[in-house]
Design a protein. Structure first.
Length: 516
């Protein structure tokens, strides 16, 4: 027997009370963000770590009590909401048991709120109710449904930086992370925009960004980037007719923007470790598969490196000027080792092949494995070797005065993602084990674009013995070796094992030495 709705006045009064309790639960959930962040900060302090773990448990208890009060206020949900809307409101308020009881109501999963066209999964993701999102996914809710703004549940969770919900949705193979909203934004764009405008005090946007990067990555690893617009070049060297490379170490992700598009995003982060990439990158550039590359890049008077390459890309972040103009820019890089350089070249070669295949009419396009198999053989090894802990990666970085010879290939390209191998993600079509090899109609990329030149000059005696880019500034105490720049000094001091890169003696501190 159906229950009649209460009169509008009484119903609105009870709904408002539930809404106030819901706002209280949202406020408490933000305190959980702080408690979890504090646990990361005090990870090496067992006493403070336990304090913040207890604080998180206490907050979770308070949220559970608030939701119990919400259920008491609701009493009979059919008195407050039409039967088809009960599941939607239960997902909004995070009332899992109420959601489970009413989700089988005919039309409940398909119901959309009138003004926003949000589904029950949209509202659960927007308010970060992970248990409700998990239940709805198991109940076969449409995970790629769009609301009036073209946003999917993944967009909604990313906008509100609910990292756990984002990670769960991305773990579902049926979730499409390449759907754009009506503003043309991908979920990863939503995260960058939110972190840029609102900041990322507790690292929630960064967690969302790392999950999205892992799902959409084609290849990723350490690279040196040469910046032309440094003050040293613009104000000093160019005035005396000299040109120099200014190298900066970046962690670079190459992300797909669509499974059927040749457009890729190069995303550069300034970070001490891949697991510590921030939400806001240094820059983002669009590269189209098949566009030419140059290797090696032209030499300059100072600070040349081996294993270099460059390409022209459209910088989309940060936008230039008040009009937010996207500018075509040449990006110059150097790999940290010969093997790393070889892998990046193979990536560009197979991107060139894939672009050639995608340009063919569908009726003349080769079978799937003809383009997929070369990619598998050259790049799938990126995901095979287990990644070492971050501390081991940085210790390896400082283990020798010649970074390009000592850093292992696995450390340059750690397999932190579960969505690789690349062969399953870069090409448009899946492999076929019976297909024959495919010869592209376009000329070989390496034959047409790679130009051999002489080896670069040896490092200068006054250069940092770790990066060979910046001048020596820091003196290790107590051994007294004047060996590193202050950038590398900061990285060295952040490691549990602090040793001099010259004598391997223990380092208590590194002080800056000024030359008069």
């Amino acid at each position: 027997m159906s229950t009649l709705l209460l009169a509008d006045k009484e119903r609105n009064k009870r709904v408002n009370k539930v809404e106030k309790l819901h706002q209280k639960a949202i406020y408490l959930s933000k305190k959980i963000d702080k408690a979890q962040w504090k646990q990361v900060v005090f990870g090496n302090d067992s006493e403070k770590l336990r304090e913040w773990q207890k604080e998180e448990a206490s907050i979770n208890t308070k949220i559970a009590n608030v939701r119990a009060d919400m259920l008491k206020k609701i009493q009979n949900p059919l008195e407050l909401f039409p039967a088809v809307q009960v599941a939607w409101h239960a997902a909004k308020f995070g009332l899992l048991h109420l959601l489970q009881a009413h989700v089988r109501t005919p039309g409940a999963l398909e119901y959309r709120e009138v003004s926003s066209q949000t589904t029950v999964l949209h509202v659960a993701a927007y308010f970060g109710n992970l248990d409700c999102v998990q239940f709805l996914a198991q109940a076969n809710a449409d995970v790629n449904a769009t609301n009036s703004h073209g946003s999917t549940p993944l967009h909604c969770a990313a906008e509100q930086h609910h990292a756990e919900v984002v990670a769960f949705l991305l773990s579902l193979p049926q979730v499409d992370p390449y759907l754009r909203n009506t503003a043309g934004l991908l979920p990863t764009h939503i995260v960058r925009k939110g972190a840029s405008l609102l900041g990322d005090k507790y690292g929630r946007f960064a967690k969302c960004s790392r999950a999205l990067d892992a799902r959409c990555a084609v290849i990723h690893g350490w690279l040196f980037e040469s910046r032309r617009d440094t003050l040293l070049n613009r104000l000093v060297l160019e005035n005396v007719g000299l040109k120099a490379h200014s190298w900066h170490q970046r962690y670079v992700y190459v992300l797909r923007t669509n499974t059927a598009s040749t457009e890729l995003e190069f995303v550069a982060y300034e970070t001490t470790a891949p697991s510590a990439c921030p939400a806001v990158p240094l820059w983002v550039a669009v590269y189209h598969m098949g566009d030419p590359i140059t290797s090696p890049i032209p030499k300059r008077n100072l600070s040349n490196k081996p294993h270099t390459f460059s390409f022209d890309g459209l910088q989309t972040f940060p936008a230039v000027g008040a009009a937010h103009i996207h500018t075509k820019t040449t990006f110059e890089f150097a790999a940290l080792s010969e093997e790393g350089f070889s892998t990046w070249m193979q990536f560009f070669e197979h991107a060139f092949i894939d672009a050639s295949v995608m340009a063919l009419p569908a009726t003349t396009r080769p079978s799937t494995a003809q383009t997929d198999r070369p990619l598998s053989s050259s790049l799938a090894r990126l995901s095979r070797a287990p990644s070492a802990p971050v501390e081991e990666q940085v210790d390896q970085l400082f283990s020798s005065t010649t970074v390009t010879q000592q850093v292992p290939y696995e450390e340059l390209f750690p397999s932190t993602t579960v969505v690789l191998p690349v062969a399953k993600t870069l090409t448009v079509v899946p492999p076929s084990p019976t297909a024959t090899s495919f010869t592209p109609s376009a000329p070989d990329l390496t034959a047409s674009l790679l130009i051999a030149t002489a080896a670069p000059a040896a490092p200068h005696a006054n250069e940092c013995v770790v990066c060979f880019d910046n001048p020596k500034e820091g003196v290790c105490v107590p051994c007294g070796h004047h060996a590193v720049c202050m950038t590398c000094a900061g990285r060295l001091l952040n490691q549990p094992s602090k040793t001099c890169p010259v004598c391997r003696g223990d380092v208590r501190e590194i002080i800056r030495m000024y030359r008069c």
